[in-house]
Design a protein around this ligand. Structure first.
Ligand SMILES: Cc1cc2nc3c(=O)[nH]c(=O)nc-3n(C[C@H](O)[C@H](O)[C@H](O)COP(=O)(O)OP(=O)(O)OC[C@H]3O[C@@H](n4cnc5c(N)ncnc54)[C@H](O)[C@@H]3O)c2cc1C
Length: 415
């Protein structure tokens, strides 16, 4: 009989929970360590987009020139808090190296392949009794206020179509026919009929419950403080609530993964990229169709009786403080693009830290020189979309099977 390793996963976000589910589904004894409640990090209040069509990486040609005026503007969609950090300087240097057409195309193809596989898996998971994700594959819209931004996006759309993707150009009238609250001052937009959306917190928490039903042990309020690792002994996690030993340890701690890996001398270029969401009661006549307010980099997602506006990206380290100026920028974008919305009712503000790698590809695999340790992080803006396929790939790695995708482009050693 083949040996099935015991696995301990650190982190109860979408990546940790999808990995746990994939493992228990394969009959592997699995424990998940989460320092708070399951789904209390970036996976809780995000935009819920399951994007497989225009899954462009953040770095690309012209991105630095385009973003430069924003960098020190506290209300811009992208803000870098000035701070003396060698890690940040190295990260920015690597990011800059990816700002060219060849890197963008390569990254787009890799991201899209993962995202399409993950979308399929999402659809399967949504059918499981007990998983309440509100998963809806109704497509998504992108709305542009300026002709220049619309023209730029048309180039990406042409790239998508060349790769077999589907997009429809929409006139301002066609956009407003779908979402009547949109402004009349639009240049136009696109519809991507393949993409989906869901309610992230209910998805992750109900999947965790299903995994528990299938044997997953979840240790809540259990923070990993130290990791003990050697070639001869199984990996050991020392936590606020005792120690846990496993044949395989999976680091899926989102924006905190780099900090954890550093404890055993593994360096991972993951920058916490803070974003915010504002959720309100959804007006009765607001359609169940997500839209991005493109120049403002805000996505609008209906989630049952609620409507969520999510966006902004702030590189400020592991800092959970709320900047009301950035929340204000989201509210202003909503008023500008969606003047037809009534005043917000029961507003809820949330922030989260995306784990962002400099090439905007996830980091999946075993760091060199280690055994019994797998990294599953760096999903940036797309962790909700990529969670299910990540879970499958990490389970395959842990079991010593050939992963469904070549993991070389996602290796922790690529930097
Ligand atoms: C505003 C915003 C909007 C977004 N919109 C979308 C979207 O529309 N679609 C999409 O695909 N993605 C979106 N994302 C990105 C997505 O939310 C992330 O990529 C994803 O949630 C990352 O999941 P994770 O499991 O890696 O990390 P997390 O969800 O952050 O989970 C990590 C977990 O590890 C735990 N942890 C950390 N350290 C320790 C420790 N020492 N011991 C024990 N536990 C620990 C944390 O408590 C946390 O629960 C958005 C993000 C933001 C901020």
């Amino acid at each position: 009989m083949t040996h099935r390793p015991d696995v301990v996963i650190v982190g109860g976000g979408v990546v940790g929970v999808c990995t746990a589910y994939a493992l228990v589904e394969r009959g592997v004894r699995t424990t998940l360590l989460e320092r708070g409640e399951v789904c209390s990090g970036a996976s809780f209040g995000n935009g819920g987009w399951i994007l497989a069509s225009l899954s462009m990486p953040i770095p690309g040609p012209g991105v630095i020139r385009h973003a430069l005026p924003w960098l020190l503007d506290l209300e811009s969609p992208l803000y870098i808090k000035p701070r003396p950090s060698l890690e940040l300087a190295r990260w920015l240097w690597r990011f800059r190296a990816c700002c060219n057409s060849a890197a963008k195309l390569r990254s787009f193809r890799l991201r899209r392949a993962l995202a399409l596989a993950s979308l399929e898996r999402h659809a399967e998971l949504a059918k499981i009794d007990g998983v309440e994700s509100g998963f809806a594959q109704r497509g998504i819209l992108m709305a542009f206020a300026s002709q220049a931004a619309l023209r730029d996006a048309a180039r990406d759309v042409a790239l998508l179509e060349a790769e077999g993707g589907i997009a429809r150009a929409l006139s301002p009238e066609a956009l407003r026919a779908r979402i009547p609250a949109l402004t009349t001052q639009l240049a136009g937009g696109f519809e991507f009929p393949v993409d989906a959306h869901l309610r992230p917190d209910t998805f992750v928490r109900s999947l965790a419950r299903e995994a528990e039903r299938r044997g997953l042990a979840i240790e809540r309020d259990t923070e990993v403080l130290e990791i003990e690792w050697s070639r001869r002994a199984p990996i050991r996690f020392h936590t606020t609530r005792g120690s846990f030993t496993a044949d395989e340890g999976v680091l899926a701690a989102g924006a905190w993964t780099a900090e954890l890996a550093r404890k055993i001398g593994v360096r991972l270029p993951i920058e916490p990229a803070k974003g915010y969401s504002v959720s309100v009661d959804r007006p009765d006549d607001y359609p169940d169709l997500p839209v991005s307010l493109n120049e403002a980099e805000v996505v609008v997602t209906p989630m049952g009786s609620r409507l969520r506006f999510a966006g902004t990206l702030e590189l400020a380290g592991l800092d959970m403080r709320v900047s009301m100026r950035r929340v204000g920028a989201i509210r202003r974008a909503v008023r500008t693009y969606l003047p037809g919305l009534p005043s917000p009712v029961r507003e809820e503000i949330w922030r989260g830290l995306r784990p962002l790698s400099p090439d905007d590809l996830p980091i999946l695999g075993r760091p060199a020189g280690t055994s019994g340790l797998i990294v599953a992080s760096g999903h940036g803006m797309d962790g909700m979309a990529l969670g299910p396929i990540t879970g499958e790939l990490i389970a395959q790695l842990a079991l010593g099977e050939a992963p469904r995708f070549d993991l070389a482009p996602f290796s922790p050693e690529r930097f």
